[in-house]
Design a protein around this ligand. Structure first.
Ligand SMILES: [Fe+2]
Length: 262
């Protein structure tokens, strides 16, 4: 378990990015492999975003787990990924629905500010210009802002380290990649919580840290993608239903290579 001291050491609270001590954030990440930022995204923004997501949601929009064109995910696009190594190069078992919602596509969930804040954090901690590859494809990269939904009844992603780092290293000499993640669900036994078991974690000192259980919605967690992370089966004691948006959500702003130009 992380102690309060562990959390205090990696904790930043700012209401404006210009108030963030970039150097301190980088050194905290170097020393601890993760950091926590509150104040840039409100809980209400996330609650409103999830409401919009629920209103717009239809299982008829669930596209297949694989085979989409690179262009298709540069627009609002919803897919349900189930399966493991037979479907893709990387043997990574998953059950997750993805709502791609790039910043340059229509803002159908009202999450524009949340994604923008998280993407700027990504750029700051990775050493890019603050606005790099956010509003458009830039230098062959773009921001795949999206919501991941891990359905109750077994939504998961097997433990892994991220493998796209070499591309960024090769092109820019960045020697670590830090992934900011927007907390969008609460884990706990209270009825107000979104789920009780499993959920997103990263591994610190051999232990899984389930951050949804102690961070509020709208918090940005940043972790080094070289540390093990995953999503443990969410509420496996509930029956899986494709038409139900219960379970766990998170927001991501990964920098993707633009393959549509090839
Ligand atoms: Fe990952």
């Amino acid at each position: 378990m992380l102690s309060h001291t562990d959390i205090d050491r990696v904790f930043f609270s700012v209401t404006n990015l210009s108030d963030l001590d970039d150097e301190k954030l980088r050194s905290v990440l170097d020393e601890n492999s993760f950091a926590i930022i509150t104040g840039l995204i409100t809980e209400d923004e996330i609650l409103e975003g999830k409401k919009a997501l629920r209103n717009a949601f239809s299982i008829d929009n669930d596209k297949p787990a694989t085979g989409e064109s690179p262009e298709s995910i540069q627009k609002n696009y919803q897919k349900l990924s189930i399966g493991g190594g037979e479907l893709r190069e990387k043997d990574l078992s998953k059950c997750v629905r993805t709502f791609y919602n790039p910043i340059f596509s229509p803002d159908i969930y009202g999450l524009r500010n949340a994604f923008r804040q998280a993407a700027m954090i990504r750029n700051i901690v990775t050493g890019f210009d603050k606005d790099f590859a956010i509003d458009s494809v830039q230098d062959g990269f773009w921001t795949a802002s999206r919501v991941h939904h891990y359905p109750a009844g077994g939504g998961h992603m097997a433990e892994h380290v991220d493998d796209y780092v070499p591309t960024v290293v090769e092109k820019y000499g960045v020697d670590a990649y830090f992934q900011p993640l927007i907390v969008m669900s609460q884990k706990g036994d209270d009825d107000s919580c979104d789920y009780r078991k499993g959920g997103g974690y990263f591994v610190i000192d051999g232990e899984r840290v389930y951050y949804d259980s102690f961070l509020k919605m709208g918090t940005i967690v940043i972790y080094n993608t070289k540390i093990l992370h995953g999503v443990e089966e969410v509420d496996p004691d509930i029956a899986f239903r494709q038409d139900n948006l219960s379970g766990r959500c998170s927001g991501l702003v990964t920098m993707y290579r633009d393959f549509s130009m090839k």
